[in-house]
Design a protein around this ligand. Sequence first.
Ligand code: ADP
Ligand code: MG
Length: 397
Amino acid sequence: MPKQIVRDLDVKGKKVLVRVDFNVPQAKDGEIADDRRIRSALPTLNDVLDRGGSLILISHLGRPKGGDPEADAPFKLDKVAARLGELLGRPVVKADDTVGPSARKLASELQPGGVLVLENVRFNKGEKKGDPEFAKALASLGDAYVNDAFGTCHRDEASMVAVPEQFPADRRAIGFLVEKELNILDTLLKNPKHPYVAVMGGAKVSDKILVIESLLKQVDKLLIGGAMTYTFLKAQGVEIGKSRVELDKLDVARKLLDEAGDKIVLPVDHLIADKPEAGAQTRTTESTAIPEGWFGMDIGPRTIEQYAKIVREAGTVVWNGPMGMFEVEAFAAGTKAVAQALADGQGVTAVGGGESAEAVEKFGHADKVSHVSTGGGAFLESLEGKQFNSIKVIPDR
Ligand code: ADP
Ligand code: MG
């Protein structure tokens, strides 16, 4: 059933609390490295403002401990609030706390069309704990609640579950971003066009076992790349040199290979390097084996060709995890080629995962795939078939 959505709410003259996910990647100097998550919330925010409401925005940023102002300082939301002001083209005020005197004063002064950003919600210990008292204090600032924080939907934190519970059913809704994310996931889970192809890569098998298991039930092919390749190859008794491997996951890898039959496709060649960093000496292997002393860093040219063809011809593609250490230019060809193949394909193409999204963006294909998810963990857990409390708490339409 579709959920109640922001446009269903009466917002005129109301203060609308919107839980957004402004957890942007930060550069070392604290600047915003990528503002995609802020831009993704704009449709919801503009809808409320255009209809005469005002906004009180709740977000976290990073993983502050909470309680130590000095340690928490790099995670303050001032830069995020400033960027939001530029993107909205209107003044944005920022509170120095989340539910304290500053937040309460600014919230009470808020006029229609006004925008208030509360301080990082994770500065409060009650957030992680889902504390009802903290949730009450937060909820008391506004008249209605909207969840547009897809990247946080898999977490039962106060601002995701206990806060909406404070509002009557007709004052809770999801935003347009969450709606869009849920729609694409619905297509992937219930109505994928075949051939349905999953491309899985990234750092570790252990992060992705559950999602691989559930995808195997649905997809026609599951292409493996990235560092998890070597755990699968090792499980088959193939030599992997000094490549990254999870020795405690060999049994799991073997079991997945046994169960999957020929659904799982592994690289037939690799780009290898004498050290896992920029400036390394590199070459391509003849076969699946990696010589002693060498590191597997990317899928090889024959694998690239094979994977790109399968991806281009798919009816539906879901991609999570880069094919190699794409952050280093010399190891980026596999990830680039898969991103290109997704962009070239005619089917539904969805990308999820922090680094995967970054790669699609970096190689300039973000606008050519059907959907780049703003969620890493939330996207993967949804693909595993999990239902989130943060969504259950929003009534159906
Ligand atoms: P995502 O965030 O998209 O879910 P992961 O976090 O699982 O992806 O993995 C991303 C990381 O995996 C990248 O930073 C990349 O450098 C690393 N990686 C991929 N292939 C290799 C490899 N062959 N050796 C070492 N690291 C790799
Ligand atoms: Mg990651």
